[in-house]
Design a protein around this ligand. Structure first.
Ligand code: HEC
Length: 150
């Protein structure tokens, strides 16, 4: 799997969002569309890792993807600037802006979990990777429960 390509793409999308955030007067809808696309890429990449875990194959090739997810975790706060509370059918809850510290902590939790995931992939530790993959998914769910509308 060319996970690093997808990881690079997610990072590029994240950086595009940050660049747009600097010019916020322009188009909040584009920032929202960018973060939604980033989530879709990350989600597809993360879900695809499950096939390798279940087949018992080497997890080494998943390291770059895990690093891309970590980079996304670090980029998340910048994808939610003030001014993007509404528009483009966003599912973002108002609490993202009223409880910013918790939102940023949740994003950091994803980053930290994915950094560990990448290290386990680099070490080709299949059992460790399988456990950490679940833990990483837990950080996605924790943030969604608090900050994403259904
Ligand atoms: C720090 C909080 C946070 C974390 C961590 C997080 N998400 Fe999300 N996610 C959100 C929010 C908020 C939205 C809604 C974005 C919007 O609609 O503007 C979202 C939206 C999504 C979407 C829908 C995108 C779309 O097309 O509308 C998917 C899929 C998704 N997340 C998957 C994941 C996965 C997989 C992970 C973990 C690898 C993850 N998320 C981690 C907060 C988070």
């Amino acid at each position: 799997m060319r996970a690093w390509v997808v990881g690079g793409l997610a990072l590029a999308i994240g950086m595009t969002g940050l660049a747009q955030a600097a010019d916020l007067a322009a188009k909040p809808d584009d920032i929202i569309a960018g973060r939604q696309a980033g989530y879709d890429v990350v989600s597809g990449m993360f879900a695809a890792m499950k096939a390798t875990v279940e087949s018992g194959g080497s997890v080494k090739p998943l390291a770059e993807g895990a690093k891309g997810i970590a980079a996304w975790g670090a980029a998340i706060p910048g994808m939610f600037p003030v001014g993007t509370e509404t528009g483009h059918n966003t599912k973002a809850k108002a609490e993202i802006w009223s409880d910013r510290a918790t939102f940023e902590k949740d994003a950091a939790n994803l980053h930290d979990a994915a950094v560990k995931l990448a290290a386990l992939a680099d070490a080709d530790d299949k059992a460790g990777f399988a456990e950490q993959w679940k833990a990483t998914g837990g950080t996605c769910g924790a943030c969604h429960r608090a900050f994403r509308a259904r």
